[in-house]
Write a protein that binds this ligand. Structure first.
Ligand code: NAD
Ligand code: TYD
Length: 369
């Protein structure tokens, strides 16, 4: 039986991980520490919040005193670290929060676990710090380049990816220097339920339902490798169970798509859903383009993101060979589940998209001349 501390457990991937873990290991204790920034939402944890094995703390990972007390009080033996500022566009317009949470916050956590696990000796031999990172630390690929492997050189290009790269190095250094028992996973782009609608896939789905433009940065030919979020949770599970201490594992979907193709696919799937299910037009009367069967008319090319990485792709050999890891969801089934989730959970996305987010996003997008 494990006692987990999940940082950032009220965010997109953290909440999906908590659901997956509590379903798979109902005997384990799961404690979530989350600052509930704009991206964190306690409603993401509604379905587990009443379980006796679940506990939630609203707080900052930089609050070392709070983290140490949580570790002691709940006899935490496994920390899964998701908490981060995670949106590249926000890192371009305001990098400070990324340095604070992703670098200084991660270092505060490392200091706290070192103190309690190593210096005080709670679970000295049996602890695990799992750090959740991104493939963006490796920079960008050209069309013909081989996918990123665990030995690819770090070459982060955005303030977001640079801050994640710095946190990866700190985690590695605490293993090498102090013997902290760590693992790291570097994952490709996730999609699925509870994805904050500032990221491409949920933004496109919700904007179709609100009949808003679908902003495509630059030429839309940038490529991402998409993974269903529960498959990411499974990958982290495998690393925690079987990963070698001090090692990094890449987790990906073997599912590369150009942005414009994915946006067109979502438009087509939504057109079909509305054609087959006429009650959707009543539920979403504003969604005029998709009601007409022409969601693609909302596609709008806008100014490119500064320093936009062209392509990400994951070489999954190490996690396949050493952990036996394979994604279970095909893109077809994963994107279908995701569309259904957003169609059925408009209360959730309308609530997270209120005031402040809409104002921020309105300032970001300028239609290309
Ligand atoms: P998210 O932005 O949806 O959630 C981040 C969560 O962290 C939020 O609940 C937020 O409230 C919390 N948080 C932020 N600052 C905090 C702080 N100082 N103290 C405590 N909590 C804080 O992010 P996500 O998409 O769920 O990403 C989770 C992790 O996975 C991140 O580390 C990210 O770098 C990594 N990752 C994300 C993707 C992706 O496609 N989204 C892919 C690979 C890796
Ligand atoms: P995003 O979901 O922000 O993830 P990341 O930048 O971490 O890969 O963006 C995915 C891709 O979609 C990326 O190439 C930027 C592009 N994009 C758009 O073209 N329009 C948008 O409105 C957004 C949010 C992203």
């Amino acid at each position: 039986m494990k006692h987990l501390l999940v940082t950032g457990g009220a965010g997109f991937i953290g909440a999906n991980f908590v659901h997956y873990w509590m379903k798979t290991y109902p005997q384990d204790v799961v404690v979530v520490l989350d600052a509930l920034t704009y991206a964190g939402n306690f409603a993401n944890l509604d379905s587990v919040s009443d379980l006796p094995t679940f506990k939630f703390y609203q707080g900052d990972i930089s609050d070392t005193h709070l983290v140490e007390n949580i570790l002691r009080e709940h006899r935490i033996d496994t920390l899964v670290h998701f908490a981060a500022e995670s949106h590249v566009d926000r890192s371009i317009s305001g990098p400070d929060a990324f340095i604070q949470t992703n670098i200084i916050g991660t270092h505060s956590l490392l200091k706290a676990v070192k103190k309690v696990w190593l210096d005080e000796g709670l679970h000295r031999e049996t602890h695990r710090f799992h750090h959740v990172s991104t493939d963006e630390v490796y920079g960008t690929l050209e069309a013909e380049d081989p996918a990123f492997s665990e030995t690819s050189q770090y070459a982060p290009n955005s303030p977001y990816s640079a801050s994640k790269a710095a946190s990866d190095h700190l985690v590695r250094a605490y293993h090498h220097t102090y013997g902290l028992q760590v693992t790291t996973s570097n994952c490709s782009n996730n999609y699925g339920p509870y994805h904050f609608p500032e990221k491409l896939i949920p933004l496109v789905i919700t904007n179709i339902l609100l009949n808003q433009p679908l902003p495509i940065y630059g030429d839309g030919r940038q490529i991402r490798d998409w993974l269903y979020v529960e498959d990411h949770a499974r990958g982290i599970e495998q690393v925690i169970q079987k990963g070698q201490l001090g090692e990094c594992y890449n987790i990906g979907g073997i599912n590369e798509w150009a942005n414009i193709d994915i946006v067109k696919l979502i438009c087509d799937l939504m057109n079909c859903e509305f054609a087959e299910n006429t009650s959707l037009a009543t539920k979403y009367p504003q969604a005029l383009s998709v009601i007409k069967g022409n969601a693609q008319e909302l596609i709008t090319f806008v100014q490119d993101r500064a320093g936009h990485d062209r392509r990400y792709a994951i070489d999954p050999k190490k996690s396949n060979n050493e952990l036996g890891y394979q994604p279970l969801e095909s893109f077809e089934t994963g994107i279908y589940k995701t569309l259904q989730w957003y169609l059925n959970n408009d209360c959730w996305w309308r609530a997270v998209m209120d005031g402040s987010y809409r104002k921020w996003i309105a300032q970001q997008y300028r239609t290309a001349e």
